[in-house]
Design a protein around this ligand. Sequence first.
Ligand code: FCX
Length: 433
Amino acid sequence: DYIKQKLIDVAIPKANKVRELVKEHGDKVIQEVTMGQVLTGMKGVVGLMTCTSKLDPEEGIRFRGYSIPELKEKLPKMHDDGEPLPEGVFYLMLTGEIPSDDDVKYISEQWALRAQGIPTHVYDVIEALPKDAHPMIQFNTAILAMSTESQFRKAYLVGMDKKDYWDPTYEGVMDLIARLPIIAAYIYRRVFHQGRHIQADPSLDWAGNLAHMMGHDSEELRRLMRLYMLIHSDHEGGNVSAHATHLVGSALSNPYYSFAAGMNGLAGPLHGMANQDVMHWLNKLKREIGSEDPSEEQIKAYAEDTIRKGRVIPGYGHAVLRKTDPRFQVQLDFANKYIPDAPYIKLVNRIYNVVPGVLTATGKVKNPWPNVDAISGSLLTSYGIAEYPIYTVLFGVSRALGVLTQLIWDRLYGLPIERPKSQNLQWFIDQVD
Ligand code: FCX
């Protein structure tokens, strides 16, 4: 595997640098932390090193320095006017370099090959769950069930030099990413299509295959799936799914355990589950108003009512971003290009026109603008994937690309177990008395 050789060449000087920083500059003060920060979710506290992507509050996400528009230009694509292949952003996050067409083809082939070995007990475990168990329960359970395949644990028991931990981590990550679309599509077909499963087509790319196995096989939907898998892949290290994966991985839990932890976090309504909740909110709005085509005035009144009842408007706001999420914008661009007249897209635009004003009027929401989840479900629904409980699973398949490449880097850097200090309430009171 030439990628492993490439990785080790790139990583050795960087890992040396990390060691040097700790040894030579370990005492350097890098930040002041306020009580408010600690008590409101550690926002802005630098407590992690993540190199796969960086989130700017105004500009949004950059993957190894590249913004989404730049990736659209630079990463290999299936069609000249098309969306970059997620294999490319994986390669970029892993190695730090823009891949060639051959690199992307190699990853695609590797994943198609590695996808084949899912043990039967994984399907048995899924089948043991009730069909109406939420797809994220089924997805996360399947990820844990797949950890019987972990090379990391086996190699660890045989006995392995610390500096080699990254190698079985890489193997596990490659297997896991290869298999996630099959698991996601299996759950989707089990829950929503009477268990009529569709075999993978090894000639297809990773995201195109997911669309194919879900049974939504138009070229346009494959394009959407490539875009979806690209933009949800990473969002710096402090978001719940990335941080949880990193934290659990720091105990040398294998990639399956680590990723399952991240996915349990993604299943929260303030994080990845918001993409499903947006559709729930939207459909409830239509039902309560009694119209398929609510006006801006009606949407505004409904949004104000949501706030009055002490609930959040899903798909809006962000812990770091302070502008419209570029991941929202790129999906809107896709919709405007292919399906400008879709009723759900019209609704998304109407909501975009009024909700920021409603949130600003509360005087407390730090970012009134839409995030990635405000449109992803409406796009999928417009293409026939209307069963919204599957949306967070799709987010999760994509998120694997970022959090698991970072996990490989955690091991390449030789990062230790994470163990921040906690204090009780009295300690905080004593700080001001
Ligand atoms: N609707 C109503 N109230 C909101 C809100 C929204 N969309 N966004 C923030 N607020 C409220 C908060 O609940 C908080 O209220 P409180 O002071 O009474 O507790 C206040 O505004 C300040 O919160 P703020 O600092 O702006 O936001 P946080 O960093 O605490 O939280 C999230 C960020 C994203 C959790 C928040 O904006 C939210 O709940 N949004 C809706 C859910 C959502 O879309 N999540 C997906 C985010 C992301 F894109 C992803 O992970 O997928």
